[in-house]
Each structure stands twice: as C-alpha cells, then as structure tokens.
Write a protein that binds this ligand. Structure first.
Ligand SMILES: Cc1cc2nc3c(=O)[nH]c(=O)nc-3n(C[C@H](O)[C@H](O)[C@H](O)COP(=O)(O)OP(=O)(O)OC[C@H]3O[C@@H](n4cnc5c(N)ncnc54)[C@H](O)[C@@H]3O)c2cc1C
Ligand code: FES
Length: 247
C-alpha cells in the first residue's frame, strides 16, 4: 500500500451518469482485480474508495457515478491536475484456470469485473459475463473487453433481455466458478449458488480509514462453527459467498 500523487490523464463521461477517470500509475506495487484505491478529495474529510477497473504499467482507470459531494468534486478534475491516492487496497479475486466461468454484476459494480475479466481471459476460454443495467445508455460498452460472451439485460428492455439479470443467469447452467459485484440484493441471490460451486463476491460498505484500522466497515463472516467481524477494506472486499452472513 502506497500513498502517491498521480496526474489525471482523462476524466470523461461514459454516459449520462458515469465517468471514467484515468490517472497515471505512479505506484510501485501492482494492482489485482478486486483491489481498490482511496482518493483524497478536497473539502471531504474522508477519502472515497473506488474499485480499479483497468490497470497497466502506465495508467489506472476507475469508473464512478456522481452520487454526492465527493464524486461531484472528482467529476470536475481535468487533464494534468494532481490527485492524492492510496492503493492498492483490499484483497483480490482468486483467478481460476480452465473453468467455465460466470461473471455477473450490475451498475457501478461492473468496474472491478472489467479488470477481472481481462485477467481471467488469459487462462480461460469459456467466460460468460452477465451484465444488468437500467437501460441501454447505462451500459459501459466502450470499456468492455472483447473475447468474452456477454449476456445483457435492462430494466426497460432497451438492450438485451428485459428484466433482472439474475433471472436470465438462472436459465444457464454448468458454471464451475461464479464471480459477482453490484447491488446487495443481486449478490444475496447469487450467493445461494455457493452450495454448488465456488462463488466470490466483491462487497461495498461505508469506509473511513480504508486500511483496516477503524473497523468501520465490518461484515459478519462465518468462521468454523462461529462468526467474526471482517473488514471489507482489509479482509475483503472480495469474500467467498458461503461465508457471508447477510444483514
Ligand atoms: C470497496 C469499494 C469500492 C467502490 N467502488 C466504486 C466504483 O468503482 N465506482 C463507484 O461509482 N462507486 C464505488 N464505490 C462507492 C463510492 O465509494 C461512493 O459512491 C463514494 O464514496 C460516494 O462519495 P460522495 O462523496 O460522492 O457521496 P456521499 O455524499 O458520501 O454519499 C452520497 C450517497 O451515496 C451513498 N454512499 C456513499 N458511499 C457509499 C458506500 N460505500 N456504499 C453504499 N452507499 C454509499 C450515501 O449513503 C449517500 O446516499 C465503492 C465503495 C467501496 C467501499
Ligand atoms: S474502513 Fe477502517 S477498517 Fe475498514
């Protein structure tokens, strides 16, 4: 984990609600799918966490939605401005090889799955990416890796099948590993499949320190015959679904 200053390369709208921020990679350490960065934003007391959507030696990308004060200020950053970033934070998705893979997510939860699918592509031929969205305009078409089978659903039917992505996913079978990220209701449903195959989910929670010190981000995780509080920022954000005790 390092604290570095990075210059903005671009910060542009992907669609009406979401932006893609690319900044130079001044980190010595590598990032892995599931890792996140903690960004210092002026006028905000706490840093804001964002999953890494793309990583290479030169630059890092995040995809974010403007939901409040911090993301509003972030959305006004322009090329050449400096940002103070801590990373890599959190654990990462385990990378399985030679399996029939399912990736499923929705909304901004897609961000870490983009990085994940790039990595999985190196070791797997059969990757099915179930992508749920509100409408056609909310889908991040321009940043989706090629060489993957996408199955889309939208709430209004403007692209892919109309309806919830989970209902479409249920009609498929034979997956050997499932990875998910997105709204909690979706993740809860996906976690039921963990009785049959390994399921890994990336969780979000409100964060303060982002590095394991304050215990402000805990979730209940099964441990043998008992349970323990685990920190989403340090022990996660990726957890095995069969271990999660949902609220
Ligand atoms: C590990 C992790 C990875 C994340 N990755 C992404 C990402 O890739 N893209 C993205 O757009 N967002 C991501 N988020 C959520 C992002 O951090 C928040 O949207 C952001 O901090 C909001 O800051 P704000 O100042 O704009 O909003 P605030 O003014 O702080 O809040 C605005 C609204 O958003 C809600 N909110 C804020 N933070 C969270 C949170 N952590 N969980 C649920 N609701 C929240 C608040 O309740 C409020 O309704 C991630 C969060 C975590 C914990
Ligand atoms: S945010 Fe402080 S321990 Fe996770």
């Amino acid at each position: 984990m390092e604290n570095v200053i990075c210059e903005v390369i671009k910060n542009e709208n992907l669609n009406k609600d979401h932006l893609l921020l690319e900044f130079e990679n001044n980190f010595k350490e590598d990032f892995y799918p599931g890792n996140f960065v903690h960004i210092k934003i002026e006028k905000c007391f706490l840093r804001r966490p964002f999953s890494v959507a793309r990583f290479n030696k030169k630059s890092i990308q995040i995809i974010y939605k403007v939901v409040g004060k911090g993301t509003e200020i972030l959305s006004q950053k322009t090329k050449g401005e400096s940002i103070d970033i801590i990373g890599p934070l959190g654990n990462s998705f385990p990378i399985y090889k030679n399996k029939k893979i399912c990736i499923i997510g929705g909304g901004t939860g897609i961000a870490p799955l983009i990085f994940l699918s790039e990595e999985l592509k190196k070791f797997n031929k059969e990757i099915f990416f179930f992508y749920g969205s509100r409408n056609r305009n909310s889908i991040f078409f321009s940043v989706l890796p090629d060489g993957i089978d996408y199955i889309f659903s939208t709430d209004d039917g403007s692209f892919g099948t109309k309806g919830n992505i989970f209902d479409i996913f249920k009609k498929f079978n034979g997956f050997e590993v499932i990875y998910g990220s997105g709204p909690e209701e979706l993740l809860k449903k996906i976690s039921k499949f963990s009785k049959k195959v390994p399921v890994y989910l990336s969780l979000e929670n409100y964060m303060a320190c982002g590095m394991g010190l304050c215990y402000g981000c805990v979730v209940k995780i099964r441990e043998k015959d008992n349970w323990e509080y685990k920190r989403v920022c340090k022990d996660g954000p990726v957890f095995r679904a069969d271990k999660i005790i949902w609220r």
